[in-house]
Design a protein around this ligand. Sequence first.
Ligand code: HEC
Length: 161
Amino acid sequence: MKNHKNAAMLARATAVALGAASAYVLAQGAAQPTPSERAIEYRQAVFKVVAGNFGPLSQNAQGKIELPAPAARKYAERLAAVADFTRDAFPEISREGKTRAKPEIWTDRAEFDKLVADLNTQSRALAAVTARADAKPEEFKAAVGAVGNACKSCHDKFREK
Ligand code: HEC
């Protein structure tokens, strides 16, 4: 008798718990971004990290902030590393949604990929300059300028205003 009562209580408790669990799963499901939203958010996050590391280098090249050599090298190395992430930040699935990426990226892919490659080449060149103790300020400025041009060329052509 006692066992039966316990079993019934357990069954009720389980039913309540499962009900709560499925309600939770449903609520989570509604809040989850779609694969497309996720891919777009990922890309925008990658560019935030790109900008977060290029920003101090650019400001330093313009004489707006001081940047000790080891810090410049750190930012430049991170920029070169994260620039590589942009290569696969534009999957087909991320074409439509809350994005400023222009549709031409997917119709003019060869041209777009050239600009991605250029960002990578210029970022690595900048990292190489910051790694050299004998690099002149002019070399640093030129390398930062080349990266800045790589950003701008792509934004002008492939990013919505
Ligand atoms: C090959 C093309 C390309 C290059 C090179 C490029 N960008 Fe972008 N960038 C884009 C596109 C496209 C977007 C729009 C992404 C979106 O909205 O999904 C973007 C978005 C951004 C954003 C906004 C991110 C957000 O919060 O939504 C920042 C900041 C940014 N880029 C900075 C930079 C900087 C700094 C560089 C150079 C160091 C750079 N980008 C190089 C194409 C490029």
